[in-house]
Write a protein that binds this ligand. Sequence first.
Ligand code: PLP
Length: 439
Amino acid sequence: MTEDLDARAKELDREYVFHSWSAQAGLDLPVIAGGSGATVWDHAGNRMLDFASQLVNVNIGHQHPAVVKAIHEQADLLVTVGPATANLTRGRAAERIIDKAPAGFAKVFFTNGGADANENAIRMARLHTGRDTVLSTYRSYHGNTGAAIVATGDWRRMPNQYARGHVHFFGPYLYRSEFWATTPEEESERALRHLERVIESEGPATIAAILLETVPGTAGILVPPPGYLDGVRALCDRFGIILILDEVMCGFGRTGRWFAFEGYDVVPDLITFAKGVNSGYVPVGGVIISDAISATFDDRVFPGGLTYSGHPLAAASIVGSIDAMQDEGIVEHARRIGTEVIGPGLQALAERHPLIGEVRGEGVFWAIELVSDRETREPVGADVIGRLKGALVSRGLVPFSADNRIHVVPPCVVTEDEAARALAIYDEGLTSVEDDLLR
Ligand code: PLP
């Protein structure tokens, strides 16, 4: 019976569901029927450690009872309501978010996810400044809608370039420096000089916003070097440019801080969020708006909106999630487990495994960068990543991969024991692939 449900789920999926970012023929996707904390299972009860947090969004872990309860209670009260209403739960969600934001942030605009959060932040920046151009980095992902996908730097932009006014530049990435830098300080200084030249060349008076992931996520968990983000802030101030920090992936606990930018000497003008704010229990995202930008729309119509903006089930899940994260010290836990267990564990793997070129990250946000040669830093090919993913899955771990990297991104609630088990699985998986390659 249980075996049948897994087979049936696959059959229905193959027959009727059209999937993202994929050629559809031949897809054979894993079945996930249930979960708890950092563990998921299929209908037959086969358990896996979710070290991808699905799409790096299940920060609070699967099926957190307080969040499930908050959704249930709201469902009993009112499952849906239009956006042009005052709703108590929505107000409470916005209040919770503003409470976590720095001083000088007034309001929250709710969207359905991260892409439309960036879309609306760009809209606000353009209307506020009266300028058009948006600068963002090549190594970035900002979502799959009109402006957000063209703001994206990686390959996903190229087949989707329908929006106008986007210019890209290189951000810092010391391991593969575009600037021939050998120290974080050099990388930071030269990346800032490059950005300054791009601003000057595009014409500062035409630039509405610089949109950055505080810590670029899918691009490789590129923790910015000291001085970089405050340098970008200074350039924005000098040229009257709005700084939008995309905290969709790195926000709400992932780095071991509520917002990743709290680790740097920078305060943006607009903050976009989604994923970790409620761990995707109900789709939601949004823009946290500074006082100055909010004031622009006091007497001027904001020309944007969504039927489900501030949906009550999403709002309830945000309240439940932020309260539970706060009460249970989940963000602090993520920081500690990163510093004391995952970080040192991955460093130890890097010492043992010639396939690892670099490990980097913080909190529950780590990348293992795989190379075929440590000297040249030649990235491994898709075949090696494919084999390693297979080795990890067969040992009971759901991996996250991007290009030549495995990202170690469990829920913030991952336990020491689970982290230790996962580290042992990465170790065995790497050994098996290295053994194969030497054969
Ligand atoms: N911004 C960042 C940094 C992301 O990682 C993502 C998704 O992975 C998005 C935006 C888009 O979010 P969504 O898929 O909810 O539209």
